[in-house]
Write a protein that binds this ligand. Structure first.
Ligand code: NAD
Ligand code: ZN
Length: 250
C-alpha cells in the first residue's frame, strides 16, 4: 500500500521547490527487468560485482569479465523504460525537474524521453581499448559482435562504464556536484546509497538545505539521517502516483 499522505507531501514539495533534481540507482530499472545488486536470481548472484566489476579484474582477465558484460549488454539492449522512468521524463517536460543524475548505465532515462541526464558511472554507448587508448562507438554492436575487440590492435575492449577502482568521468562529476549544490529538492530513487562518491550527492544537497525525498523498497543509510522522508515501495508505482498528484495540485 502506497502512503498517500507522503505522495501528497512529495507533490507539494516538488511544486514549491525552485529547482528539483533526481538521483537514481539500479532500483529504478528493476521493473524493466535489469536486476540490481540485491535481486534474488539476478546475474549478480552468479557474478560477484566486487570480483567482476573491478578494474583489476578486467586487466587480469578481460575474457572472464566479458562473460558478465555480455549478459549485462543483452539485458540493457532489450530493456524498455518503465513507468518510473516515464514519470521522471514527464516531470522534466512539465518544467518541474531540472536534471537526472543516474548511476545506471542502461540508457533507460533517455529512452523514456528525459533530456538532461548525467551518467555518473558512464555508459555502454562507447568502448575503449586499454592497450592503444582508442575509443569506439558501441551503438551499432549486436550481441553477436560481443565480446568486442579493438579494430586497431584487436585487444578486448572495455565498455566506458565506471568499474570499481576507476575514477568518475570528470565532467559528469563536476556537473553533478554543481547541480546537487544548487537544487532545493532531490528525489533519491532506487539506490542503496553506499557507492561513493555518488552517494555524496544527496548529502551535499542536504547540507545546502535541500529537501531530500527518498523512494525505495527499503530503508537505506540515508533514511532518517539525510532524507526528510522515505516513500517506501516500488518506484514504478510511486513516481507515477506523484506525477498524478502534481497534476492534480497544480
Ligand atoms: P544497488 O543494487 O546497490 O541498490 C538498489 C536499491 O534499489 C536498493 O536500495 C533496493 O532496495 C532498491 N530497489 C530495488 N527495487 C526497487 C524498486 N522497484 N523501486 C524502488 N527501489 C528499488 O544499486 P545502486 O545503489 O545503484 O548501486 C549499484 C551500482 O551498480 C551503481 O553504480 C549502479 O548503477 C550499478 N548497476 C547498474 C545497473 C543498471 O544500469 N540498471 C544495474 C545493476 C547495478
Ligand atoms: Zn586497441
Amino acid at each position: 500500500m502506497i502512503n498517500q499522505q507522503l505522495i501528497q507531501r512529495a507533490a507539494q514539495d516538488i511544486l514549491r521547490s525552485k529547482k528539483t533534481i533526481a538521483f537514481t540507482g539500479a532500483g529504478i530499472s528493476v521493473e524493466s527487468g535489469i536486476p540490481d545488486f540485491r535481486s534474488v536470481g539476478g546475474l549478480w548472484e552468479r557474478f560477484d560485482p566486487e570480483e567482476f566489476a573491478h578494474i583489476h579484474a578486467f586487466y587480469a582477465d578481460p575474457a572472464k569479465v566479458w562473460l558478465m558484460l555480455k549478459e549485462m549488454f543483452t539485458l540493457v539492449m532489450t530493456a524498455k523504460p518503465n513507468p518510473a522512468h516515464i514519470g521522471l521524463a514527464e516531470l522534466e517536460q512539465m518544467g518541474l525537474l531540472s536534471t537526472i543524475i543516474t548511476q545506471n548505465v542502461d540508457g533507460l532515462h533517455q529512452a523514456a524521453g528525459s533530456k538532461n541526464v548525467i551518467e555518473f558511472h558512464g555508459s555502454h554507448r562507447t568502448l575503449s581499448c586499454l592497450k592503444c587508448n582508442t575509443t569506439h562507438d558501441g551503438t551499432s554492436l549486436t550481441i553477436d559482435d560481443l565480446p568486442a575487440r579493438c579494430p586497431r590492435c584487436s585487444s578486448l575492449l572495455k565498455p566506458d562504464v565506471v568499474f570499481f577502482g576507476e575514477p568518475i568521468p570528470p565532467k559528469a562529476q563536476s556537473y553533478s556536484f554543481r547541480e546537487s549544490n544548487s537544487c532545493s529538492a532531490v528525489l533519491v530513487v532506487g539506490t542503496s546509497a553506499v557507492v561513493y562518491p555518488a552517494a555524496s550527492i544527496p548529502i551535499m544537497a542536504k547540507q545546502r538545505g535541500a529537501m531530500v525525498i527518498e523512494i525505495n523498497m527499503e530503508p537505506t543509510p540515508l533514511t532518517g539521517q539525510i532524507s526528510d522522508y522515505l516513500i517506501q515501495g516500488s518506484a514504478g508505482k510511486i513516481i507515477p502516483a506523484i506525477v498524478e498528484e502534481v497534476k492534480r495540485q497544480r
